[in-house]
Design a protein around this ligand. Structure first.
Ligand code: ZN
Length: 74
């Protein structure tokens, strides 16, 4: 996990929010997040700062959050 940078504010705010929170309009869904026909998470990439998020949709409610997978330089 070497190259962490600060995401832009909308993404920094999203990180750690409940998965029920709607994604920012700059976030693009990265294809299928389905595993064995059960969608357990969705991956999004921010078109502005290139942050990659996982929106966890399964498991204990307290773990169904937005996770920042990485962030790249602009
Ligand atoms: Zn962003």
């Amino acid at each position: 996990m070497g190259l962490w940078i600060q995401p832009r504010p909308p993404c920094a705010d999203l990180f750690g929010q409940p998965a029920a929170v709607a994604p920012d309009e700059d976030l693009t869904l990265n294809g299928a997040g389905a595993v064995n026909d059960a969608r357990v998470e969705e991956h999004y990439t921010c078109s502005r700062c290139r942050s990659v998020f996982a929106r966890i949709l399964a498991g204990p409610p307290q773990r169904q959050i937005w996770m920042l997978l990485n962030a790249r330089p602009h």
